[in-house]
Write a protein that binds this ligand. Structure first.
Ligand code: SF4
Ligand code: MG
Length: 348
């Protein structure tokens, strides 16, 4: 599919008393029209900051310091279209606010943080709809009811007048999705939208997002730490570690032919059917290092099973293309294009 949003060399840093934290450290990503990109990694790897950077939602002391965030607008129906660099727009300015909700909408893990407690769901939706569309209150309200129906809120004509606290967690997430859809965005960014929900509700929300994507054709950037969710949702996958994309590619390649030792470790940590979460076959050793104290060379070297002393702690792995949409950053790969000696698939 055609690339809708493209991140090139994105850097988002936090300027703290203890020094500069490179939360996002040169990220290249492609989000394609009508497809789902899952961005996966443990917490603290820069997934949320990457997503927030796209909409200029990073709060001080953080800020986008370098790179491009290219949004392709229009052109889908044969028109000329235009490319906007969102990184160049003023945070809080009129232009980025018009992108938010209209071109790109975002939902979060905890819907209550973005819903007002003192207004009915309907009034909040009417307001959101009217920010971007020149419609009257009545028409906006009809649209709100229609959207609540689309996300399977029962009896939407009545529940439109309820307050957010009257809904369960899963229903609130549906309301958030309905609000996000109110301006028909080309891209929905979903930051761990199912993490706080029980397993059944989680599955329902994932089904809902997939159905809406089929019906509306929107792209989804889905952020998660859970490879099980990736298997369910992704068309494309990007694995992040300490502010870098260490591997990316189509979901089948990532699951059937993972290259980066971090990707392999994440896959081995998926709980198997019949096991409880605590009985994972293997968990990744160690913890994500403090982003303020990044390891030299390959940022994963302190936890890597394939660590090569003198190389991995000295050289930053460059991106190596393994195919048109497939890339890895690990010193086991590259050079002549084939796997280096000692690479997991070098054996003949
Ligand atoms: Fe492991 Fe070295 Fe590859 Fe980093 S570069 S992932 S430390 S083998
Ligand atoms: Mg996060």
């Amino acid at each position: 599919g055609e690339v809708l949003v493209e991140l090139r060399g994105l850097k988002t840093h936090f300027f703290t008393d203890e020094g500069t934290v490179r939360a996002v450290d040169g990220v290249d990503l492609e989000i394609r029209r009508g497809r789902t990109l899952c961005v996966v990694g443990e917490s603290g790897c820069g997934k949320s900051i990457t997503a927030r950077s796209i909409l200029q939602l990073v709060e001080a002391p953080g800020r986008v310091v370098d790179g491009r965030i290219l949004l392709r607008r229009g052109g889908a129906d044969g028109g000329p279209g235009e490319v906007v660099d969102l990184a160049g727009l003023k945070p809080g300015g009129k232009e980025i606010r018009s992108v938010r909700g209209k071109d790109i909408a975002m939902i979060f893990q905890e819907p209550m943080t973005s819903l007002s407690l003192v207004h009915t769901v309907g009034n909040q939706m009417v307001e959101a709809i009217r920010v971007h569309n020149d419609v009257g209150k009545r028409e906006a309200r009809e649209r709100a009811v229609e959207l609540l129906g689309m996300v399977n809120i029962p009896n939407p004509g009545r529940l439109v007048d309820s307050y957010p606290f009257q809904f369960s967690g899963g229903m609130r997430q549906r309301v958030m999705i309905a609000m996000a859809l109110s301006c028909d965005p080309g891209l929905l960014i979903a930051d761990e939208p199912t993490t706080a929900l029980d397993v059944t509700t989680q599955a329902q929300i994932m089904e809902l997002l997939k159905r809406l994507q089929r019906e509306l054709g929107m792209a989804i950037m889905f952020i998660t730490h859970d490879m099980g969710v990736v298997a369910e949702m992704a068309d494309d996958v990007a694995i992040m570690y300490l502010g870098k994309v260490v591997e990316k590619g189509p979901v089948d390649d990532i699951f059937h032919d993972p290259k980066h030792p971090y990707t392999r470790a994440l896959l081995e940590s998926i709980p198997k059917i019949g096991h409880r979460r605590r009985e994972r076959l293997r968990s990744i050793k160690g913890i994500v290092p403090d982003p303020a104290n990044r390891p030299a060379g390959c940022v994963f070297h302190t936890r890597c099973d394939a660590f090569m002393p003198g190389r991995c702690d000295a050289t930053v792995p460059p991106p190596v293309a393994l195919g048109p949409d497939r890339q890895v950053r690990c010193l086991l790969y590259g050079g002549d294009g084939g796997p280096a000696p000692g690479a997991p698939d070098a054996q003949t």
